[in-house]
Design a binder for this molecule. Structure first.
Ligand code: GAR
Length: 200
């Protein structure tokens, strides 16, 4: 069973989808650590309720971002995490962190990458006028939302959509594909050839 850690900054609905999949034996691994950079994040409460060890690393408790990140890294290593899933973690991890942790890191992003990277992806999609958007699970690399793509799901963008209504439609798709993709990686059912990732 692969030991899976999650980093989340906010509401944690994707964490909750991972918890449900885990409880139903669909994750091919166990959730062993939830870390957050935000005190009081709902994600931490969800971890608590699911009985998952959790910890908070607010920037204000550290002399620098580097030291905050080191504390997160050391804690994940202490928990013997073998796969890390970012679930609404709103910080870009440094090159050094990626190098030092030496485990696969996944992220879920609310657009069909490579369109609309970065913050407010749903607003970017509405402003651009696309008629289809969606979500992407990808491996994290040194760029911004740029790593090899594992899974995507498309959703329609409707004429009457607001940022909230589009976000809600995309979020439902996120909750479907993230647990599935984490399960593929944790069970080794993924083959990666450079940027191209295929499910075996
Ligand atoms: C999700 O929509 C996720 O895709 C997005 O933040 C939200 C977190 O929701 N992540 C990003 O935009 C990362 N660039 P959640 O806390 O309810 O899982």
């Amino acid at each position: 069973m692969m030991r899976i850690g999650v980093l989340a900054s906010g509401r944690g609905s994707n964490l909750q989808a991972l918890i449900e999949a885990w409880k139903h034996g669909e994750l091919n691994g166990e959730l062993v650590a939830v870390g957050s950079d935000k005190e009081g994040a709902l994600a931490l409460k969800r971890a608590e309720e699911a009985g998952i060890p959790h910890a908070t690393f607010p920037l204000s408790h550290f002399p620098s971002r580097k030291e905050q990140e080191n504390a997160i890294l050391n804690w994940l290593l202490e928990q013997k995490v073998e796969l890390l899933a970012l679930a609404g973690f709103m910080k870009v991890l440094s090159k050094e962190f990626l190098h030092d942790i030496q485990i696969p890191i996944l992220n879920i992003h609310p657009s069909l990458l490579p369109s609309f990277q970065g913050l407010h992806a749903q607003k970017q999609a509405l402003e651009y006028g696309v008629k289809i958007s969606g979500c992407t699970v990808h491996f994290v690399d040194e760029g911004l939302d740029s790593g090899p793509i594992i899974a995507q799901e498309a959703v329609p963008v409707l004429p009457e959509d607001t940022e909230d209504s589009l976000s809600a439609r995309i979020l439902e798709a996120e909750h479907r594909i993230y647990p599935e993709a984490v399960g593929w990686v944790s069970s080794g059912r993924i083959k990666r050839n450079g940027r191209i990732v295929v499910k075996l």
